[in-house]
Design a protein around this ligand. Structure first.
Ligand code: ADP
Length: 792
């Protein structure tokens, strides 16, 4: 039976050996797993660091995007001009536009070169005129070319909570500093970037500005600097790493991954409680320490636990994916070969692809035909921002803004592209441009002169009509006081002070005010006095704020001339009517009351007859003028023999005056309206008779010249000075000399003659020397069939 017991001993020994072997194998396995799980600790930390880098790149992309928005406005030449001109009304219009296009921004403002804020949107009168030159954003903008991201601060005015400002210096073409345009972003916005719960095991993402202010602290807490924290200091100094440390405001020892945000020098940290993060590993160790007699069982159980733990640890790896998933913008990461490695949910929505469809493909063959912008040299560290066209899975193309940063993930170097659909923004920008050019086209096309000012009376713009009227170019007057540039005098010749001007009244009363009558005179650059009428209106913003005023200035010299002409007409006509009427009344009364003999009666009747003829002529002249001016008069042309016609007119003066007609034989006939020609000749001959001494003869000549016949009426009368000649053919013009005024007349004859001559294709002119006599000449075209044979 010894063999039995031997057998049983061997079996037991075998089982023991196998057990020991199994135990050894299992133990080795377990320890290997434990060991590998310890290296998993490294993975947790690396995962956190990857998260920190991605979060940093996202923060940089977000800041870059807002800075670009402000820069886009600051660099517009038209915006520069407005700031140079201190046209704060229009500047504010731009600020409103920035906020419309970038709704995340909370406010926008422009300070002049002295740091005084003059334009702000939303409108906040408490800020206007205040000095912000000591502000971080103001000084930062001056020293940084590409714009400046300010420290976090608590702004004055109506805004609640902390903000960060994006500021860019405005400079003119020559580089002269004009001011700073600035826009603010509530730090609340950064809360949207991954919330605490998205870092596993009670972790969080922390962001600090250059001064160590926590960007993600709750709104109602006062701003405090955390520069005393060594990790914050390290990250801000440009270091990155993972460390165990205490964190401001958080309990216990934390595992902290920290990086510096590219470009702006902020710090981003991803932190977790150390005990929470490593608890799975700690638990594992504890259980293994308790392994005793039931090693096998324990080992098996432990193996299960370890496997579960490993799975859990793998989940922790995904914390960087969690940061990506929570980003509002589309985020795509690509490896060094240009293949997509990450594609977040926002990217799926934007491009219409599922993540698994694009992973491993290049950006160029999927979402952006031109590929991500290349990062070379400096760009590698600074990141880049570019606008390009993206394509959806259905082929539809749309404009995007791509912000690319380099991110070092463990073991590999990737590019992270943050992509934003800017279709809406582009549309808004185009609308803005259209509105702007529409506005200036509108102003330019207004025939009336327009001046706009700010509430204090500084000129903010003038239109081309005002440039012509006043003589100053817009660039010369913008920014100056309206009253300093344009002097305006009232009817009594006294200058109108600023506060009495209609524009000041309009701004004060918030109502439209018009100057009345022609009682204002504008002094132009060259010293001319132009009669003007002004209508002034206040410019009131949508929110009721006073933005300035607009003056519509109308040059009323023409109106004034018409006015003067009307009075001249009334006085001439009434005088010309009165004279013959008095004669008619006087002589008819004599005839009625006195006993006249036949001769006396004949004389009286002759006077009555001459006066009524004179009345008739006046009425005819007035009718002619009105027909000429209404354009109703058209010549009825026929072929006319001039010598006959001139002979008839000369014959009327037989016994009154010597009127000689000297017409060469064989003079070609003319094509003209007979009645008109008679009226012209009658006018000229009767003037020659009227305005020369009784004994002096009048001569009428005609001669062909260059396809025309020229007819001249020459007298040896008073003559006309050069100055008088200028207005001779104008309506109602009569030379202002006693010898002329003594002779009756309306000043219509020459106007009518000129109109009738020109209507028939001819010209009229005069040569004269004062005191010696005048020659009035006009031309008429030769009748076509006679032209060839007889005119040389
Ligand atoms: P009226 O003779 O009725 O005043 P006209 O239009 O015919 O009006 O002439 C305008 C003015 O031109 C006259 O008032 C006169 O001063 C000047 N004038 C016209 N003809 C002569 C002339 N032959 N010699 C000098 N002055 C003339």
């Amino acid at each position: 039976m010894a063999s039995n017991s031997e057998l049983s001993r061997r079996v037991r020994a075998g089982v023991g050996a196998v057990s020991v072997g199994m135990l050894v194998v299992l133990s080795t396995l377990v320890w290997q797993l434990v060991d590998s799980s310890l290296s998993r600790r490294k993975l947790v930390l690396e995962g956190n660091q990857a998260s920190a880098r991605i979060a940093g790149a996202l923060v940089a992309a977000q800041l870059r995007n807002h800075l670009r928005a402000v820069e886009g406005i600051a660099r517009r030449p038209d915006f520069e001009q407005l700031v140079a001109a201190r046209d704060w009304t229009s500047v504010q219009f731009y600020l409103e536009a920035i906020l419309a296009v970038h709704p995340q921004l909370g406010s926008a403002a422009v300070a002049d070169a002295d740091g005084k804020v003059w334009a702000r949107y939303p409108v906040d009168p408490s800020i206007i005129g205040q000095d912000f030159s000591s502000r971080d954003y103001f000084r930062g903008a001056i020293i940084s070319d590409g714009g400046y991201v300010s420290e976090v601060y608590e702004p004055e005015g109506t805004v609640k909570g902390s903000v960060v400002a994006f500021s860019v210096a405005v400079r003119d073409g020559s580089g002269k500093f004009l001011g700073v345009v600035q826009a603010t972003l509530s730090v609340e916005t950064f809360r949207l970037l991954g919330t605490e719960t998205e870092v596993p095991n009670g972790g969080s993402i922390q962001i600090f500005d250059r001064a160590g202010h926590s960007v993600r602290q709750p709104v109602n807490e006062p701003l405090r600097s955390h520069l005393s924290n060594s990790l914050v200091k390290k990250a801000l100094a440009g270091f990155s790493g993972v460390e165990e440390s205490r964190m401001p405001g958080l309990d216990g020892i934390r595992l902290v991954a920290y990086v510096q945000v590219p470009e702006v020098g902020w710090a981003v940290m991803v932190e977790q409680s150390k005990s929470e993060a490593l608890r799975p590993i700690a638990a594992l160790r504890g259980r293994l320490a308790g392994a005793g007699a039931l090693v096998l069982l324990v080992a098996i159980i432990t193996t299960g636990i370890v496997i579960r733990l490993i799975r859990k640890l793998d989940n922790e790896r995904t914390s960087s994916a969690a940061v990506l998933a929570s980003a509002l913008d589309a985020v795509v990461s690509i490896d060094h070969e240009g293949r997509i490695t990450e594609f977040n949910p926002a990217a799926e929505r934007m491009f219409g692809y599922r993540t698994k469809e694009v992973i491993g493909k290049t950006v160029a063959e999927t979402i952006i035909p031109t590929g991500l912008p290349n990062l070379h040299g400096e760009g590698l560290n600074k990141g880049s921002l570019a606008e390009t066209t993206a394509r959806r899975s259905d082929g539809r193309e749309f404009p995007v803004e791509v912000s690319v940063s380099k991110v070092d993930l463990p073991g590999t170097e990737s590019l992270l592209g943050v992509i934003r659909d800017i279709g809406e923004r582009k549309k808004a920008e185009e609308e803005l441009n259209e509105r702007e050019s529409y506005k200036s086209a509108l102003l330019a096309s207004i025939a009336e002169s327009v001046v706009t000012t700010d509430p204090d009376g500084h000129i903010t713009s003038i239109n081309p009509a005002m440039e012509t009227l006043g003589g100053w170019a817009e660039a010369e007057v913008v920014g100056r006081l309206y009253a300093d540039v344009y002097s305006i005098y009232d009817h009594s010749g006294r200058p109108v002070p600023l506060e009495k001007r209609v524009l000041s009244r309009a701004i004060k009363t918030r109502q439209r005010v018009a100057s009345n009558g022609f009682d204002l005179m504008l002094i132009t650059r060259d010293g001319r006095r132009v009669p003007i009428a002004i209508t002034a209106s206040p410019i009131i913003g949508n929110d009721g704020g006073m933005l300035g005023g607009v003056d519509i200035v109308r040059d009323v010299s023409a109106d004034r001339e018409v006015d003067q002409m009307k009075s001249a007409l009334v006085s001439t006509v009434s005088h010309e009517l009165r004279t013959p009427l008095t004669m008619i009344q006087g002589f008819s009364e004599l005839l009625l009351t006195r006993k006249f003999d036949a001769k006396q009666s004949a004389e009286a009747l002759q006077q009555i007859n001459a006066s009524s003829e004179r009345l008739g002529r006046l009425i005819d002249d007035l009718l002619s003028v009105s027909r000429i001016e209404s354009g109703k008069l058209a010549p009825r042309k026929e072929e006319l023999n001039l010598s006959e016609l001139i002979g008839e007119i000369a014959a009327q003066y037989v016994g009154v005056r010597t009127v000689r007609a000297d017409i060469p034989r064989g003079l070609p006939s003319v094509t003209a309206d007979r009645d008109m020609l008679v009226q012209i000749l009658t006018n000229l001959v009767s003037n020659a008779v009227k305005y020369s001494p009784e004994a002096a003869p009048v001569e009428v000549t005609a001669a062909p010249n260059n396809g025309n016949i020229e007819i001249s009426v020459t007298d040896r009368g008073f003559g006309i000075t050069d100055q008088e000649m200028n207005n001779l053919f104008e309506k109602f013009y009569r030379v202002d000399r006693p010898e002329v005024q003594k002779v009756g007349g309306t000043g219509l004859g020459l106007f009518i003659s000129r109109s009738l001559v020109e209507m028939q294709g001819g010209q009229i002119w005069v040569t004269s020397s004062a005191g010696k006599g005048s020659t009035f000449s006009f031309s008429l075209p030769v009748a076509s069939h006679t032209a060839k044979e007889k005119v040389g």
